[in-house]
Structure formats: structure tokens, C-alpha cells
Write a new protein. Structure first.
Length: 355
């Protein structure tokens, strides 16, 4: 003990406690989202704790503590006169779920259920992870809110126009399959934007499909169906014009089987749009991402869990399907064309894959 530089210990302890602070602030963000506090304050200018409490119908004492905590975290402003404000910039990230591509508060779930943490602990001993379905309905709904804003708002403006000839086909009426569709935000957005298309979403998680079906029903869509099945179970010869896999190939126990199933189910002139996490396969290079540790967290709690949920699973995990690996996967499945699209999405790259 005496040999250790005590200043270095203090500095390192501070670093560790900042992660504990992150845990606490994460919970406060979740509560702000869940209780409608950010939304109530957005675009309302400076407000007293009493005004926030009465607008949200909540108890002022708890609201005041939350406001002070949020100001301490630098997530909302506190003015010298003691009033609190959610600025337009803060609202874009914390409040404006429907129209802001930067909305992030929905990604804060208030922690993971204790029984799921127990199962994650077990996975380190058994080598077998849990599926998305086993994470439960809250996780499924949370996933849709985390990935949803970008998928929804960038799909028709940025992502689809980047693909060769795809928008024209969608406009005139195409068949589309979204594999690993999760809560269906992307597929329902596409089905609404292109009413001539016939769309089907595959996912092995019933909890995720419940979210997707409710969304399609609420939007009044009649051109979307959902199938509770893995990507491996795609109907061969379906001749889909567009196959989509968003943030899910690295979650699959056997992504090679799904890639082959896509090849068998896609039209010869069809397009496979594969979105996966930006990574390089090289840890030192990936360290340029200031949020890298968060991605490893996602992996151990979700992606790697799913990718190791069957014996012999490939276990790619969140960062495992970098561009070279994606190209190799698609080539082995019988695709020869592979184009990389960097669409200003900080977390993902988009691959246009064709026969
Ligand atoms: C991270 S979520 C992404 C969901 C959705 N694509 C999105 O962008 O919000 C991954 C999804 O992949 C699904 N999944 C896991 N293994 C799969 C498989 N073998 N075939 C199809 N989907 C799978 C999970 O159930 C989960 O809904």
C-alpha cells in the first residue's frame, strides 16, 4: 500500500466514481423522460420548481431535487434567479421525440431488471447468453425508443435515397422484408411512406413484435405483416426487392445462416441494406470513439448475449461486424456487390449489398 502513489489512487478513484455518477444521472434522465418533465419544460422558457411541479402534476419537493440534480449534471440550465430552463438544444436531445433526430432520452431505461442481471452473470460461467425475448417487454420497448428516432427521421430523407434505384422501386410498389425488425419503427415508417409496398417484419422476439404490431395498428397500416421467426426461416424464393437488417446481424447466433437465407429469399436484382455498428476490428483504432466503453456495455448486456444464446453461436457482439467482416459475410452467402455508405450516423455504417 505504502508504495502506491496516493495522488494517483485519488485520481483513479475519481474516475471510477464518475461512472457511479453516470449510473445515478442515467436514472434521473429516465425519470425525467418517464414523468414528462423534459417535455413539460421544453420551449417554456425559465420556470420555477413550483411551475414545473404544477404543470406536470407532481410533488414540488421531489421535482426541485430533480431540477437541481439535472442542473448539477449540466443537462438543464439553472439561472441566477433560481429558475430552471430546458433550452432548445437540450430539448432536441431530451424532449423532442417526434421530430428530433438527436432525441436520446428514450434510450435511458432506468437500469436492467435484477433477474436479467443474474442471467447475465450466469452467462459468464456457462458461455450461453440470453435472447432479446428473455430480456422482457421493457427492454423491447426501450430498444425501439433508442434506435427509433434516427431510423424514423433519416430513413426516407437520407438512407433510402443513398441506394441505387431503390426509392423508384418502392414508389411503384415493392416487396420489403425487415429481418430483426424489433419494435418495427423502421418498417412502419417505410410502409407509411411507400403505401404501394408490401412489407413484412421478421423477429424471433414476441415482445418486440408486440411493440411493432401495436405501432402498425396505431398508424392504421394495412400493408405490414409480422412473422415471429428468425432470419434463418425466411421463405426461399420470396423474391423480395429489398431486404433490411438494422443493428441485428451482430446479434444473431448464426449470422451466416441468415445471410444465406437472405440470398435465397431476395430477387436477383434486389438490394440488401445492412446497417451495423461503426467499428474497425482493431481495438486501438476503435478507441477513437469516445463512447466505446458504452458499446462494450451494450454488448455484454444485449448483443453478445443474443449472439451467444445458442451453443456454437458466432458471438460477434456489438462491435463484431465491421465493414471487412460484413463484406466477407455477404460474399460467402453469394453476394458480390458491396458498397459502404457513411450517412452521418455517428454509431453506424450502411452497406448496400447486391447479387
Ligand atoms: C438491437 S435489436 C434491433 C431491432 C431493430 N432492427 C432496430 O433497429 O430497432 C436486434 C433485434 O434482432 C433480433 N434478432 C436476434 N437474433 C435474430 C435472428 N437470428 N433473426 C432475426 N432477428 C434476430 C432480436 O430479437 C432484436 O429484436
Amino acid at each position: 500500500m505504502t508504495d502506491i502513489d496516493q495522488d494517483a489512487v485519488k485520481m483513479f478513484a475519481f474516475k471510477v466514481w464518475t461512472y457511479k455518477m453516470g449510473e445515478q444521472v442515467s436514472l434521473l434522465v429516465h425519470l425525467g423522460d418517464r414523468l414528462g418533465l423534459y417535455k413539460a419544460m421544453a420551449a417554456n422558457g425559465p420556470m420555477s420548481s413550483e411551475q414545473v411541479a404544477s404543470t406536470t402534476n407532481l410533488h414540488e419537493r421531489f421535482v426541485r431535487e430533480w431540477l437541481l440534480g439535472q442542473a448539477a449534471a449540466g443537462l438543464i440550465d439553472r439561472h441566477d434567479d433560481g429558475l430552471f430552463e430546458v433550452t432548445p438544444v437540450q430539448a432536441a436531445v431530451l424532449a423532442n421525440e417526434d421530430d428530433s433526430i438527436a432525441f436520446a432520452a428514450g434510450a435511458f431505461r432506468g437500469g436492467i431488471e435484477p433477474d436479467v442481471v443474474d442471467r447475465i452473470e450466469d452467462s459468464f460461467r456457462t458461455g450461453l447468453g440470453i435472447t432479446y425475448e428473455q430480456q422482457g417487454p421493457r427492454a423491447a420497448a426501450g430498444m425501439a425508443r433508442m434506435t427509433g428516432p434516427w431510423s424514423k427521421l433519416a430513413l426516407t430523407s437520407t438512407i433510402l435515397p443513398a441506394l441505387d434505384g431503390v426509392v423508384d422501386k418502392l414508389e411503384s410498389g415493392a416487396t420489403v422484408v425487415d429481418i430483426g425488425c424489433g419494435g418495427g419503427v423502421m418498417l412502419t415508417t417505410l410502409a407509411q411512406a411507400f403505401p404501394n409496398c408490401r412489407c413484412v417484419g421478421y423477429d424471433p422476439s414476441a415482445a418486440a413484435l408486440d411493440v411493432a404490431k401495436a405501432r402498425a395498428a396505431q398508424m392504421g397500416l394495412t400493408n405490414v405483416d409480422f412473422v415471429e421467426a428468425s432470419g434463418e426461416d425466411l421463405e426461399p424464393g420470396s423474391a423480395y426487392d429489398l431486404a433490411i437488417t438494422f443493428d441485428c446481424m451482430h446479434d444473431m447466433a448464426f449470422p451466416d445462416r441468415t445471410a444465406s437465407a437472405i440470398r435465397a429469399a431476395i430477387a436477383d436484382d434486389g438490394t440488401w441494406l445492412l446497417k451495423d455498428i461503426r467499428s474497425t476490428g482493431d481495438f486501438a483504432a476503435d478507441m477513437r470513439n469516445p463512447l466505446l466503453a458504452m458499446f462494450y456495455g451494450f454488448s455484454i448486456t444485449s448483443c453478445l448475449q443474443s449472439a451467444m444464446s445458442e451453443p456454437g453461436g458466432a458471438g460477434l457482439g456489438t462491435l463484431g461486424l465491421h465493414a471487412d467482416a460484413a463484406q466477407e459475410l455477404t460474399r460467402k452467402a453469394g453476394f458480390s456487390r458491396f458498397a459502404i455508405h457513411d450517412l452521418d450516423d455517428a454509431a453506424n455504417l450502411y452497406y448496400e449489398v447486391r447479387v
